[in-house]
Each structure stands twice: as structure tokens, then as C-alpha cells.
Ligand binder design. Structure first.
Ligand SMILES: NC(=O)c1ccc[n+]([C@@H]2O[C@H](COP(=O)([O-])OP(=O)(O)OC[C@H]3O[C@@H](n4cnc5c(N)ncnc54)[C@H](OP(=O)(O)O)[C@@H]3O)[C@@H](O)[C@H]2O)c1
Length: 338
């Protein structure tokens, strides 16, 4: 099978940073599905794992944690999928990734693909949807059934991959008042079109920006970029007994800023369940199926903004370069093998 691998961790400008390789097709066992990958998307985790260092791999390392495709074989313990099913998933950071024509993935972290969109649009969704869903409904404990309607959330980095879906879930599912951050006309328009009620600029002081729109405090904060930079402003803006979640690694921050408010800070890492094989790992299958249902009902839309064809080492380098610039709007997808 075709795959895109790396042997060395090189700057993305280097033609050897990704190479086209041919590998044996894997064979599924246990709860694994063998999926023929039709489209993939690229996330900042890919560029972080690929970051230049001196390590050298003896076998090509396959990255990639977002895919949509078709089940072509199943392990003997698989219960929820059959050959021919169209699926979408992010996969597991500790296993071989989706930058390959065929991939093994545990059925517990796989969802049935939405029926109303194609492979490319579907591949944009899994990693960021799992992140946003777990952050909003599990870590921040916001109601999925509208019980928190009218409460406010500040989403820092509204137009990026995660923000693009988090805004939609916060608005359409939780019915919150959504304040999102964006700094350029294109990202502002994108975040508004996904349902943000108000936009403020994360390049300025968030305290001042919130004041300008007449908001002194918010019930929830979801930080998707630069936790340490926005920390003091988040501590100021959170309501007493409110909850703040971050998905971004950070320098140490001063937790005591939250003490007088009895505010909660919580991490979200969407790989936790697969990495630690937690007993509730199958929740990711359930939430991906809910995302598919929301897409099919027209309540949320794919966050794909750009699709590059075909899936190849040179096109993957283009996508990584876009992510590394740090100004993505929505998601970049690669579709179809040459
Ligand atoms: N923990 C997890 O499970 C998890 C999951 C997914 C992602 N992540 C991490 O979360 C981060 C965001 O992921 P993503 O896919 O959304 O990234 P992305 O798509 O690359 O984000 C790009 C956006 O970041 C905004 N931005 C740039 N500088 C900013 C700043 N100082 N403050 C606020 N926003 C800023 C930009 O907005 P403007 O262009 O408008 O400035 C741009 O739209 C990455 O570090 C990623 O590795 C973690």
C-alpha cells in the first residue's frame, strides 16, 4: 500500500521531511478495523510530532490523526462495524497514523461518517470535534440538552480548526452566548459565520476587548491558543465558581489567580482515552456518531476550508507548512490517492 512516512525530523522545506513509501497492508485483529483511507486532515499535533530533532527512524514513521474512509476488513472481536461501512476517526497517538492507504483503528474510537457529506468534508471533523465536544460537554460540564441556554462562553481562537467546531457546538447544541476571538477580517468573518455572537481581538488585551463589548464576566472559557498569554485575562473574566478549559500546553501559570473565585481549571487532551485505554473509551465512538447526526440534520457544518489532491508527500508538506504558519482558518484536507 501507499503511505507517506518520515525517517528524519526535518524542517518542512526539506524534501526529505516526508517521503512517499510502499508498505505491507496491515491485518486487523481483535477490535481493530482495517480502513481504506480516502481523505485525511492535518492538525497542529502533526507538526509538533514532526518538529525537527536528531532522531532517525529505521522504519518509516507514519503520522496523521484524522481520516475518513471505508472499512475493508475487521478483527474477530469487532461489534459495531461491517465491511463497506463509511467511517471517520482521529485514531490513537501511540499507533501508526492515517497518512497511509490502509490503517488499523480500534472500533471504539471510530464513528459512522455523516451520510450527507463526502470523504474530504468528513476528514476535516474528527480530531477537532472530539476535542471540542469533550472540552465543552465533559470538562466544562456544559449541558448538551440546552439547560445552560443563555450562559456565556469565551472561545479563544475562534476561527482555527478546533474553534470552528467549538463555536458551532456551543451555539447550536448548548445554546450559549458565544464570544469568540479572531484578529483578521477573514478569520472574524469565518467565526461569525459559524455562529459567534460577538468577536474580540486576541492580539489586544482581552480585558479591554471584553470591556469594549460591555462584558465583565463569562460563565465558561475555552482556551485554544496561548494559555499563558491569556491566563491573567481569563482569571479576570471568569465568573465566580466558573470553569476554564485549555487544550494547549503551557508554561507554568499562577493557579492562585483562580482561588478567590473558586474557579476550576481543567485540561482537555483528546488522546487521553486511547492513550490510557480508559474504560470509557467508547464515548468517542458515541460522540462521533452524534456529530454525524448533527451534520446530517444540517445543525453543524464541516469545517473544511481547503482541499488538496492527491494525498502525497509533496502535498502533505504544503499542508504542514500552512499549519505551521499559525493562521489557519478552518481545516486543510488532503483527499484521494494518485
Ligand atoms: N488538547 C487537545 O486535545 C488538542 C486538540 C486539538 C488541538 N490542540 C492544540 O490546540 C491548538 C489549536 O489547534 P487548532 O487546530 O485550532 O489550531 P489552528 O487551526 O492552527 O489555529 C489557528 C488559529 O489560531 C489563531 N491564533 C493565532 N495566534 C493566537 C493567539 N495568540 N491567541 C488566540 N488565537 C490565536 C488564529 O487566529 P487569527 O488568524 O484570527 O489571529 C488562527 O485562526 C494547537 O496548539 C493544537 O496542537 C490540542
Amino acid at each position: 500500500m501507499k503511505a507517506i512516512g518520515l525517517f528524519k525530523y526535518l524542517p518542512i522545506e526539506d524534501e526529505q521531511s516526508f517521503v512517499d513509501v510502499t508498505l505491507d497492508q496491515p491485518v486487523p485483529k481483535g477490535r481493530d478495523l482495517l480502513v481504506k483511507v480516502h481523505a485525511i486532515s492535518v492538525n497542529p499535533v502533526d507538526t509538533k510530532v514532526r518538529a525537527p530533532n536528531n532522531e532517525v527512524e529505521t522504519e518509516p514513521r507514519i503520522l496523521g490523526w484524522d481520516a475518513a474512509g471505508e472499512v475493508t476488513a475487521i478483527g474477530n472481536e469487532v461489534e459495531h462495524y461491517a465491511i463497506g461501512d463509511r467511517v471517520f476517526y482521529a485514531g490513537d497517538l501511540t499507533r501508526s497514523g492515517s497518512n497511509a492507504e490502509y490503517q488499523l483503528v480500534d472500533e471504539q474510537i471510530v464513528g459512522h461518517m455523516p451520510k450527507t457529506i463526502g470523504y474530504a468534508e468528513a476528514a476535516a471533523l474528527p480530531l477537532t470535534s472530539i476535542t471540542a465536544w469533550e472540552a465543552l460537554f465533559e470538562r466544562l460540564q456544559i449541558s448538551k440538552t440546552g439547560a445552560d441556554e443563555g450562559k456565556s462562553i469565551l472561545i479563544i481562537s475562534g476561527a482555527g480548526g478546533v474553534g470552528s467546531i467549538a463555536i458551532q457546538l456551543a451555539k447550536k447544541v448548548a445554546k450559549l452566548h458565544v464570544i469568540a476571538t479572531a484578529s483578521r477580517p477573514a478569520s472574524i468573518n469565518w467565526a461569525k459565520a459559524r455562529g459567534a455572537d460577538k468577536i474580540i481581538n486576541h492580539r489586544n488585551s482581552l480585558d479591554d476587548e471584553l470591556k469594549k463589548i460591555g462584558i465583565s464576566q463569562v460563565d465558561y472559557i475555552l482556551c485554544l491558543n496561548s494559555t499563558e498569554k491569556h491566563w491573567a485575562a481569563m482569571a479576570n473574566a471568569i465568573v465566580p465558581q466558573g470553569r476554564i478549559a485549555s487544550i494547549v500546553e503551557t508554561e507554568p501559570v499562577d493557579l492562585s489567580l483562580l482561588q478567590s473565585k473558586s474557579a476550576t481549571f481543567v485540561w482537555e487532551l483528546m488522546f487521553t482515552r486511547s492513550m490510557y485505554q480508559t474504560p470509557d473509551m467508547i464515548e468517542q465512538q458515541h460522540l462521533l456518531n452524534e456529530i454525524a447526526m448533527l451534520v446530517d440534520r444540517g445543525e453543524i457544518i464541516s469545517t473544511m476550508n481547503e482541499v488538496i489532491r492527491p494525498i502525497s508527500a509533496s502535498n502533505l508538506r504544503i499542508a504542514h507548512r500552512l499549519i505551521e504558519q499559525g493562521d489557519m482558518i478552518g481545516k486543510v484536507v488532503l483527499a484521494d490517492w494518485a
